[in-house]
Write a protein that binds this ligand. Structure first.
Ligand code: FNR
Length: 186
């Protein structure tokens, strides 16, 4: 039997009707059989301070770190806020990176898809996020790049994914499946 790799999906929006969350769920449905995608919630993580790690860390930190550590790979689905990464996602990345020397990120094959109703598809957030992933030693898929612009029309009112967007998401998640296999088999 072929391996199945678990993927932690981090969504950079807490909004109930988040388009990014819908994209994350769509990707979970389109993913090849080799990937099992699970959204890991980041909304209840206290803002990172090293003081919180000085003693017993907050329960939410412990749960989050264990959840990410237990997975084989990590996928970021994020909006762009003011041409960068939303604070809630950056906070989760920071929480996972500490205590020093105990980062949960290192070596997990990653990918980024940015999603925006705007025309340039969250390019700024996508690339600022990649900057952190270099430091965190996350081998991040280079191609295909994924900037989903005009995403306000990606789902109809019933929540169904547009047929015109589906091939884009399908090719992205298929390529990511190969990326994960390549790194986990190495
Ligand atoms: C935005 N939005 C936005 N969009 C964009 O393309 N570039 C940007 O720099 C910003 N900046 C920004 C800042 C803040 C504080 C908010 C709340 C929003 C708009 C954003 O793309 C839009 O609200 C998306 O719908 C957010 O994604 P979700 O919540 O639908 O997943």
């Amino acid at each position: 039997m072929n391996n199945v790799y678990t993927v932690a999906v981090l969504v950079g929006s807490l909004r109930k009707q988040s388009i990014n969350r819908k994209v994350a769920l769509a990707l979970a449905g389109l993913a090849p059989a080799s990937l099992k995608l699970t959204i890991i919630e980041i909304g209840d993580l206290p803002l990172y301070s090293e003081d919180l790690d000085a003693g017993e860390p907050p329960a939410a930190y412990k749960v989050f770190r264990e959840q990410v550590r237990a997975t084989d790979a990590v996928l970021f689905v994020t909006p762009e806020y003011n041409r960068s990464v939303p604070g809630v996602l950056k906070n989760a990345i920071d929480v996972g990176s500490r205590p020093y020397g105990k980062s949960v990120w290192g070596g997990k094959p990653g990918a980024v898809i940015s999603v925006s109703p705007g025309a340039i598809g969250g390019f700024g957030a996508n690339h600022h996020l990649r900057q952190s992933l270099v430091f965190l030693d996350v081998p991040c898929m280079q191609q295909p790049e994924a900037y989903l612009g005009g995403a306000g029309s990606a789902f109809d009112e019933a929540g169904h994914l547009s047929e015109s967007v589906k091939p884009f998401l399908q090719s992205f998640i298929n390529a990511y499946g190969h990326w994960v296999e390549r790194y986990r088999k190495a």
